[in-house]
Write a protein that binds this ligand. Structure first.
Ligand code: TRP
Length: 440
């Protein structure tokens, strides 16, 4: 525990920025707009916000609490809190999920870097949507290039993790997160000045409740877990580094607000741009990599817009890979009883990740399987395990579990929280699970 403290965050804001940086990523800027685009825009947004409040908040708090109370990473946290080994599998599952997510997440991050370099070199000059589609296919099927561009973010992430948490992750997040927000606001401002952008805003903000189907609800729940990085110990790891006097509820709400704000900003950039130039918002995963660059080509200052957009995409992605890789690095340090120090652990994890990336690049089916298995099976099981662990397994509700003893309103809130973990959250997760397996 003492060692954890030494390498923890030195300020509350540092932890908030780092945790928000982990949450804010490709999920917000790449996935959220296309899933919303396919599921009716505003209708999806409303369901998503409800999911975030009902399931996102209690689960985020739970991970932070597990980390903060135990002072351990996903490896030691469950054993420390429960006093036995029965929940150890959950720690291993977190580690495995982090590895699997890294396998494909670094590849998509590689696309972003590749696009940034191309945007800077003005490669897309004059491309329309057809030319962009061909270009995207060409880029992702160029395996040596993709490999190279996926290794680049691994090296960058490893370099940040090489330093202690308060020097590497904390310092960088404190710079990159405000920068990201600023760039997004600029970009949204630029796009909203386009003629016809209001149609996009209407699509995004005018609710049409007839669009809400059970399928939309399930998609929204899955997206909520992915976007908030729930169910794989990322926030347990940061919770262990949390300053002692930091309030978990307030921190969780701040992280959620920032994450949601960025998803909204991403929508406010993408939909107006897409509608202003008559493209289709339901374009799927290619929305950001095909439609958007084609849209930029039709705008004035096209070079600047493309570079700005892909730079902010890279920043969002890299702060997430940092938080993903830290799960594995902290795990290896702890599992080896600190015989493997931070540096060795970074090297080992990077090596394993490089192998996973190589497989994902060389065998595209594995890429898809990693994406689906982590989002539809591993993260829901991880989140379910944690909800049951804290809701049912630790003595509750006040005093001995993860909550401190409390009176009055706080005690009532504690009870609501524990009951949400016992009933509401598991029920929701089981629904997502059955849906993603095609049973519902
Ligand atoms: N939340 C990240 C995003 O929105 C993706 C993600 C999922 C993640 N699980 C994670 C990031 C764990 C860091 C740690 O893009």
């Amino acid at each position: 525990m003492a060692e954890q403290k030494k390498t923890g965050f030195s300020s509350k804001i540092g932890l908030i920025m780092a945790a928000a940086g982990g949450a804010i990523g490709l999920g917000n800027i790449w996935k959220f707009p296309y899933i919303a685009g396919e599921n009716g825009g505003s209708a999806f947004l409303i369901v998503y916000l409800v999911c975030v409040a009902l399931f996102g908040l209690p689960l985020l708090m739970t991970e932070f609490l597990i980390g903060k109370r135990s002072g351990k990473s996903a490896y030691g946290a469950f054993r420390t809190l429960s006093g036995n080994n029965r929940w150890q599998w959950l720690g291993w599952l977190c580690m495995l999920t982090a590895l699997v997510i890294m396998g494909f997440y670094f590849v998509v991050t590689g696309w972003c870097f590749s696009y940034l370099v191309e945007a800077v070199n003005d490669v897309f000059g004059g491309f329309d949507a057809t030319a962009m589609t061909a270009h995207f296919q060409k880029i992702i099927s160029n395996k040596p290039r993709m490999l190279l561009f996926s290794i680049l973010p691994v090296a960058l992430t490893g370099a940040v993790l090489w330093f202690d948490v308060n020097k590497g992750i904390e310092r960088l997040s404190k710079i990159l997160m405000p920068l990201l927000l600023l760039m997004m606001v600029l970009m949204a401002g630029r796009v909203l000045m386009l003629d016809g952008s209001n149609i996009g805003m209407q699509f995004f903000f005018q609710a049409d409740f007839t669009k809400i189907t059970p399928h939309v609800i399930m998609e929204a729940m899955g997206q909520c877990f992915f976007s908030l990085s729930i169910g794989m110990g990322a926030l347990i790891t940061y919770g262990a580094y949390m300053p002692k006097n930091q309030n978990v509820v307030a921190t969780s709400i701040q992280v959620i607000v920032l994450d949601t704000l960025v998803a909204l900003l991403a929508g406010a950039i993408i939909f107006p741009a897409v509608f202003a130039f008559g493209f289709n918002p339901a374009e799927g995963p290619e929305l950001v990599f095909v439609v958007l660059p084609a849209v930029f080509e039709q705008m004035s200052f096209s070079w600047f817009s493309s570079v700005l957009f892909f730079a902010l995409l890279c920043i969002a992605a890299i702060t997430s890979t940092i938080s993903l890789m830290e799960v594995a690095v902290a795990f290896v340090c702890e599992a080896s009883n600190n015989k493997l120090n931070r540096h060795k652990s970074v090297l080992i994890v990077s090596a394993v990740v490089l192998v996973m990336i190589a497989v994902c690049v060389l065998v595209p089916q594995v890429f898809t399987i990693f994406d689906e298995v982590s989002a539809c099976i591993m993260m829901p099981i991880g989140a379910l395990g944690m909800a049951i662990f804290v809701g049912w397994n630790l003595p509750n509700p006040n005093g001995k579990g993860v909550l401190s003893p409390a009176k009055g309103a706080k005690r009532v809130m504690g009870k609501i929280y524990i009951n949400a973990l016992r009933w509401l959250v598991p029920a929701a997760i089981i629904l997502i699970f059955l849906n993603s397996l095609g049973i519902l």
